[in-house]
Design a binder for this molecule. Sequence first.
Ligand code: ADP
Length: 437
Amino acid sequence: MNRNWLRALVRHLALLVAACLLVGLATQHIGWSLAAGLGLYLAWTLNQLLRLHRWLQGHAPGEPPPEARGLWGDVFDSIYLIQRRDQRARERLQAVIDRVQESTAALRDGVIMLDSDGNLQWWNHAAEALLGLKSPLDGGQPITNLVRNPRFFEYFHGGNYTDPLEMPSPIHDRLRMQVMVTRYGNNEHLVIVRDVTRLYQLEQMRKDFVANVSHELRTPLTVITGYLETLLDNSEGINPRWLRALQQMQTQGSRMQTLLNDLLLLAKLEATDYPSDNQPVALGPLLKAIRNDALALSGARAHSIIVEAEPGLHLKGSEPELRSAFSNLVFNAVKYTPDNGRIVIRAWQDDHGAHLSVNDSGLGIDAQHIPRLTERFYRVDSSRNADTGGTGLGLAIVKHVLLRHRAQLAITSVPGHGSTFTCHFAAVQIATPAPAS
Ligand code: ADP
């Protein structure tokens, strides 16, 4: 193609020179004739260049380049071919984009595309229905301005999207949504919003059922254990054959009471996202009080329990909830550490937040059990649990309390050597109590 093009150019120029020479010979002015011929050729070339320039500057979409003869004609035709190819590729691409947008628009899940600053770029109809977004008014707005929920704000800016977030819809409290965020490209975000109202209602029914049953069982159980206590207080008149049975009934009765109390506490913790009382809680005195309770629980088993708390460390939150969570960890350490064992409770703060760890020199836990320990009624070894009198709900309570206090539980353990349960609180949970006036 290039050779043809070169040959045509040489041929044209040769023809022009030959024509000029003929005219020059005829007119006896070869020099002038050549100069005039080449001048004309230059003027024609410049004119074509100007036409091309004008076309490049301001052609309407799809408008073909100008037409010409000779070499410029070839150039314009090549540009036209490239233009057509480009147009066809663009049409194909647009068709693909249209199909993707059509199918995403028809999805029942909300799909939102955000730019790297978290501003809305594109979203489908379901996202409008679930989040109340308005098209095109909300385009370019930060998503956290439109979905005003403190949990969503924290989740979105926290950057840890491993687990989805569940929250009520901003347009209707009755609707429950599950939000999943995925990062892609240049730190852009894809947000998927799913309506999980039905699942949530079923889960709510299950929770209500457990809470109601626990509540209803409390009164009859109190009556039974009350009578058992009275009977045992007056055991002189009781046939000794029945005494042991009554004692066992009392032990199991109080175990059931602890179980019901734990179930009710869990139901209460699940009812709201955050504790209602957000007071500064001094960790030092709290841990000392828990240590005293743990020493009482240990009794003759003579554990050594050490508290190392950074002075003046305060956490924002609910004192009873934090006490219940930390007590569960420390009491577990007592329960699962052999007599005379050592338990160390530490509390400190650093750039990442506040931390509390309970370390014991006890039985330890096999790695395979660790991820499941916070599940309700999960036990490493049921025979181990039989003599400790645990309910199997202790670590589930710890997990829920920590969730409500923006904290996470980390468990490390070496079987046979001991375990460490560490609560990591976000820096926002550290409280600076007002100085006493
Ligand atoms: P439980 O009431 O049975 O103690 P938890 O939820 O508190 O229930 O604990 C779940 C299980 O985790 C326990 O049954 C026990 O096997 C194991 N576990 C908890 N804490 C410790 C610990 N400090 N050392 C060894 N095992 C532990």
